[in-house]
Design a protein around this ligand. Structure first.
Ligand code: G6P
Length: 366
């Protein structure tokens, strides 16, 4: 009811602003990296596996896409991410030494459960879920679990479930890295410190809301939008586009920035805003040249820039600067302004933010 909304107009807005608390709760009691955070016997299972297969749908699928970058870079374990509804129906090559990871807010999504059972049927018994509902079918049916503490999520467009999934997946990455001898004590301490800082860091990002509102005023008048990212932030671009299309009904798609020249550049005009997720990582220089390509075609850029990049606002380039540089945890922070952008754009267009047309919170039938 309205009372639970407190000062917020919609559940989605409330849930976006709950993220510092949700992440804090999800990481509460994590005093060190150990496989047993995922359940009894996790060490033995992590020792036996030599690859990861992630299965999920929707926003949960995008958190898996981001985790692949962490798992391959930090834990150096080969990782595949697949949409559950595709995996369950195709012929694939099973490997019993796989850790099958399902990701689900509800733990009841029909396709994700069916994909899990399909993998089990193919002889893959090492299963783990990152899930927000401890009593769900997914948690019951997986051997190991990490329960995110987002709390009840009511808005159909998932927000706090996504960022808490990323927190759980980062912990999984660290635990696998440790078991594989790829995490020094110093690295573990540095990662834990960065994770503990997340609630404060998120609070500072939420304070960017007024700047995001001014972007949303522009977006509310558009019919299309393009989101670009590279590496770890390509899945964040995908999630930003998904949020916008789900609740504002603006056609939005995301591309890895290097693919711009292979198609979407043909669509760029002044009527097609281009959102660029631009953290200061190794690919920044390349991303800058992608942005030049957009400007050269009259495209207007909306850049989410890192604290220590020198990209400034100029004609056709709108910059929102992130308060800090976040390193590996950067996706958890960069998605927040994109959630706010979708929310405020939808608000300006007068759509039903919490209950977008044709969509359900949890798809428990196929
Ligand atoms: C629906 C919801 C999405 C969600 C997806 C997967 O499409 O509208 O917000 O990401 O299902 O749900 P799950 O509960 O498995 O994460």
């Amino acid at each position: 009811g309205a009372a639970e909304l407190g000062p917020y107009r919609h559940y989605m807005q409330k849930e976006i602003f709950e993220q510092p608390r949700a992440i804090g709760d999800t990481l509460e009691g994590v005093n060190g990296v150990t496989p047993e955070l995922f359940g009894d016997g996790a060490y033995g299972i992590f020792k036996q596996i030599d690859r990861v297969l992630i299965l999920a749908c929707g926003t949960s699928y995008y958190s898996g896409c981001a985790a692949k970058y962490w798992l391959e870079e930090i834990a150096q374990i080969p990782t595949q991410v697949e949409v559950a509804s595709e995996y369950r129906y195709r012929t694939s090559v099973p490997d019993p030494k796989t850790l099958v990871v399902t990701i689900s807010q509800s733990g009841e999504t029909a396709d994700t459960l069916a994909a899990l059972r399909h993998a089990q049927g193919l002889g893959m018994a090492h299963t783990l879920t990152i899930c927000n509902v401890a009593t769900s079918a997914m948690v019951r049916e997986c051997r190991l679990a990490y329960i995110t503490r987002a709390g009840v999520e009511i808005g159909v467009a998932s927000t706090k479930a996504f960022t808490t999934q990323l927190a759980g997946l980062f912990l999984l990455t660290l635990a696998l890295a440790q078991v594989r001898g790829r995490l020094s004590d110093e690295q573990e301490a540095a990662h834990l410190k960065a994770m503990r800082h997340l609630p404060v860091a998120l609070q500072a990002v939420l304070a960017l809301e007024p700047q995001v509102i001014s972007w949303a005023e522009d977006f509310a008048r558009m019919d299309n939008a393009l989101f670009l990212g590279r590496g770890l932030h390509y899945p964040i671009a995908l999630e930003g586009a998904l949020k916008l299309k789900e609740i504002s009904y603006i056609h939005a798609e995301a591309y890895p920035a290097g693919e711009l020249k292979h198609g979407p550049l043909a669509l760029v005009t002044s009527a097609m805003p281009v959102v660029t997720v631009a953290p200061n990582d190794a690919l920044l220089e390349k991303l800058k040249s992608n942005m030049q390509e957009v400007r050269a075609r009259g495209g207007v850029l909306y850049v989410l820039a890192d604290a220590d990049t020198r990209i400034g606002s100029s004609d056709g380039i709108h910059v929102i600067r992130m308060p800090e540089h976040y390193g590996a945890l950067s996706p958890i922070l960069h998605v927040v302004p994109l959630q706010l952008l979708a929310y405020h754009t939808a608000l300006a267009r007068g759509t039903d933010v919490d209950k977008p047309r044709n969509l359900a919170k949890s798809v428990t039938v196929e």
